[in-house]
Design a protein. Sequence first.
Length: 594
Amino acid sequence: MLPEHSPFSPDQRRILQDLLAGFSPAQRFWLGGYLSAGDPAGSAPAAPVAGPKLTVLYGTESGNSEKLADLTVKEAKKRGFSATAKNMSDLAVADLGKVENLLVIVSTWGDGDPPETAVAFHKDLMSTSLTFPKLRYSVCALGDTSYERFCQTGKDVDARLESLGATRLSPRQDCDVDYEDSHRSWLTAALEAFGPVAGATGGAAAAPAFGGFSFAPSATVYDRKNPFAAELSERVLLNGRGTAKETWHYEISLEGSGISYEPGDALAIVPQNAPDVVEGILKAAKLTGTEAVELNGSGTKSLAEALRDDLDITALSKQVLTKLQAFTKSKNLTKLLAEDSKDQLKDYLWGRWIADAIADFLPKGLSAADLVSALRKLPSRLYSIASSPLAHPGEVHLTVSSVRYNAHGQPRKGVASTYLADLVGTGDRVGVYANENKNFRLPASGDTPVIMIGPGTGVAPFRAFVEHRAALGHAGKSWLFFGDQRYMYDFLYQVEWQEHLKNGALSKLDVAFSRDQPEKVYVQHRMHDRAAELYAWLQEGAHLYVCGDASRMAHDVNEALLDIVAKQGGKSKEAAEAYVEELKKAKRYQRDVY
């Protein structure tokens, strides 16, 4: 019988099952060959003519560049190319000398840095003395305009390839968080720039039909443009009374969606802007919210609706200020955007929202159309999944800290985290879709030891890891380092960890609560305390995982790891760095940091 997750609607499954039940084994075998080959006579299809080779090189942090690389390969094959996708972690810079046609898709992580899997490639490319005069290329850069060094890694690769003698066939495309349309335009132009290829199909092959209906997949795909309206079934505040933090455990039903995920993946939340934030920007712009506005892909709606559902109305960036500059003659704004005012601009941007800039530089307000034109689409937010699909079938769990702070005398809050906390009640629905992360996966073998370092909400994927291994009955050792502010208030999932220790699903647990003693104690200090044993686990083949804050924690943990490897392994600094780099290449050191 066809499983529910097969790519057919319920009606199609019933028809197929009724048909297949009456077929003999020989008939089923013939039908399988027919559908594979598309030849009613049963003859083998003609071998395709091999087209020119095309390498699609990608560097990814959250998986978006990899997805686009896969789409790029499929489209290139339709056009006759012999295309393959390569992760930057799996390609040496010297190998570019063997490549003639290259498309690069790379994201920028943090403040202009290459993604984790592309660090070594980026470093080698920037320092190599090799030249690539036969290489023809184009670059698609992914980034976020709310960061100062928008798409910096893609810009680096694009400029460096040109300086090494390669020929840019099509201009670089810089994509914001809503990247699909920009990538599609770039890909069309880039493939056309490579020239026509014999054997191109010009489009996807039609699905074979049988008995009056199509065998084409009919299951709905839920993604950023078509999120699933999932029910919030449970919410639990994880912090105790007296805490300075607000961390929620959310349980979301996936019933009826067909959405699947693995431990290590993320769930995207499609948020709405809070009513008070919408009111704030309307007040600054001197608008009522009843004005009708046009949005690409969304038709006409009221301004208030657009500001609530469709547009990013908080994240102030240089790009937004530049757009606002077109609507004002403010000398102060012109001065702030000057090349010699980068430090002043950085200071101004910190802690301010778009409404603040409108009030500061456009005191008379602006029209509804001008306001909309200055804003980008409201991006979804990714949260590490905190559950195993085996332990919680039909559900997905999240661990989310509500972001609230004060800046410039005004209360501020995170868009998605407080949307979940304040605006979505139990039984309400929220738009979601799964985001695959192939770079954060449990070892293939259930016997392999794992070391998990996840302070605060960074513990989320490790709850999924431990649950998953327990459900599968895997016997490999597991060791969790967890940290937060106070033991009494902030020990997230404490009872669950104790139960896992009791039943053997978790082998070791080390905790660090920074505010429980005069000196601050963090997870990296606990790593040093257990240095000999931690290194022994690595020597046994353990996989090391880090999840959480990128700005400090991930850096400090990495430094602690390098120090432990050097001291416990009797290695020089350079040898320790090489050891850790080999862990990364072998996918034994994986990070999901943000």
